[in-house]
Ligand binder design. Structure first.
Ligand SMILES: Nc1ccn([C@@H]2O[C@H](COP(=O)(O)OP(=O)(O)OP(=O)(O)O)[C@@H](O)[C@H]2O)c(=O)n1
Length: 411
């Protein structure tokens, strides 16, 4: 049997990037031979094995034929006569379809090096269409490699368009879509993922609530970019510039969904879009079985982002309600993500986005004042239950009013 490194490890080495995990392909072996050498099979029907010591993945060279729609709709053909070239041709992109033998010799039958040098994401062959998830993968690689100047080949975009139109994307499981999307959100240019999906027609299928923001105008005074879809893309981009965690990036993507349901007669204003957005955010969260912390933050940012922008105008009572909604006394960690997503929103507006955002520090200070109020003295006075709750809120309100007063004096 011959063993080769394949895929991301080869690509990343050639790009001079850190190699995280190494995948291997094995040519000329049977499952029985692999097991005899101590490799552990990953699943009953899947020709992938784990190395007994390193845990690295070793896949038998295989060809795939489609047998049905969706995940699990594959049959694998694997036998010792499948060649390395036959295995590589069914992979997604030329830059992912290179292999390297134990001596470091590169096997590159489909122009991976050429495309790396030219900064092109190009599919290897029509076998690309065997797995519709690849539409999302290409968009994710575009998001990752955009800072290096990569673009998607025109013929690959056409194939992605055809797949988006074929209805196959609907069959992708929630888990697979969320995995790609959450990984893409953590890339350097997450907006490029959504821009790519928008341009090939996949956003319409996967996230129609975001798709419908394109073409919706906002008032030029606050939004020189005008188009709501463009605004949201810039906000998502800024969420990465600010190095925000996943939940805040997800919230950045969904914060303005309500603007997609404003009657055109009201454009470019979007009265109560924060509340109108909530139903749509819930809908998207449920569709992709999004983790709880991401779900909750997206709802909070959707409902309350304008509060954050208007922080200086908020009365003590409103600040109190805001912090209660954020459940700050139990979830103090949430403040940074909330404020971060709101700052990304403020920055995602062309040149106007370069304005400072003093609201962030103001709210941080107010939150400190709120959290500094301790229940201990009240407990010592013998208060309990609803009475204790009421007294605690009164003290918090006092602290917030004092903070507000001190802040306006110092201004
Ligand atoms: N739907 C898929 C998934 C994977 N692959 C192939 O399997 C390799 C390994 O897949 P994976 O580990 O998911 O991706 P990497 O390329 O290693 O990228 P990443 O750095 O994102 O892990 C890819 O390079 C590609 O050759 C593919 O062709 N189609």
């Amino acid at each position: 049997m011959q063993i080769y490194k394949v895929g991301g490890a080869v690509r990343d080495r050639l790009l001079g990037r850190a190699v995280e995990d190494i995948d291997y392909v094995v040519v000329g072996a049977t499952p029985e031979q692999m097991q005899a050498q101590g490799f552990r099979p990953v699943g009953a029907d899947f020709p992938v094995f784990l190395h007994p010591k390193t845990g690295a993945e070793y896949a038998l060279a295989r060809t795939e034929r489609k047998s049905g729609v969706g995940y699990g709709g594959f049959t694998f053909h694997t036998d010792p006569s499948v060649t390395l070239e036959e295995d590589l041709i069914r992979r997604d992109l030329t830059i992912n379809a290179m292999a390297e033998d134990a001596h470091g010799t590169l096997v590159d039958p489909y122009g991976g090096q050429r495309d790396l040098a030219a900064r092109v994401l190009r599919h290897v062959s029509p076998a690309f269409a065997e797995d519709p998830l690849r539409v999302l993968r290409v968009a994710r690689f575009a998001a990752r490699f955009a800072p290096l100047g990569f673009r998607i080949a025109e013929e690959t975009l056409q194939l992605m368009r055809a797949l988006a139109e074929s209805g196959e994307l609907q069959a992708l499981t929630a888990e697979r879509v969320w995995k790609e999307t959450s990984r893409a959100l953590m890339e350097e240019r997450p907006d490029v993922y959504f821009r790519t999906l928008h341009s090939c027609g996949a956003l319409r299928v996967l996230l129609p609530e975001v798709e419908q923001l394109f073409g919706v105008p906002q008032p030029e005074k606050h939004h020189p970019e005008i188009d709501t879809g463009e605004h949201v893309m810039q906000v998502v981009e800024q969420s990465a510039v600010l190095n925000l965690p996943l939940a805040a990036r997800w919230a950045a993507l969904l914060h303005d969904l309500g603007k997609g349901t404003t009657p055109p007669s009201e454009w470019p204003r979007h009265i109560a879009h924060e509340v109108r957005g909530l139903k749509l955010v819930k809908q998207v969260n449920a569709r992709f079985k999004v983790p709880r912390d991401c779900q909750d933050l997206a709802l909070l940012v959707c409902e309350l982002h304008t509060h954050c922008h208007r922080a200086f105008e908020l009365r003590g009572e409103t600040l109190l309600k805001l912090f209660q909604k954020l459940d700050l006394s139990r979830r103090a960690d949430r403040l940074e993500s909330f404020v971060g997503a709101c700052e990304a929103d403020s920055r995602g507006r062309n040149e106007l986005g370069k304005r400072p955002y003093p609201q962030a520090d103001y709210l941080r200070g107010a939150a400190q004042a709120y959290l500094a109020v301790s229940a201990q003295p009240l407990l010592e006075q013998g208060l309990e239950g609803a009475e204790l709750g009421k007294a605690l809120q009164a003290e918090r309100l006092q602290a917030l009013n004092a903070y507000k007063a001190a802040h306006s004096i110092s201004e």
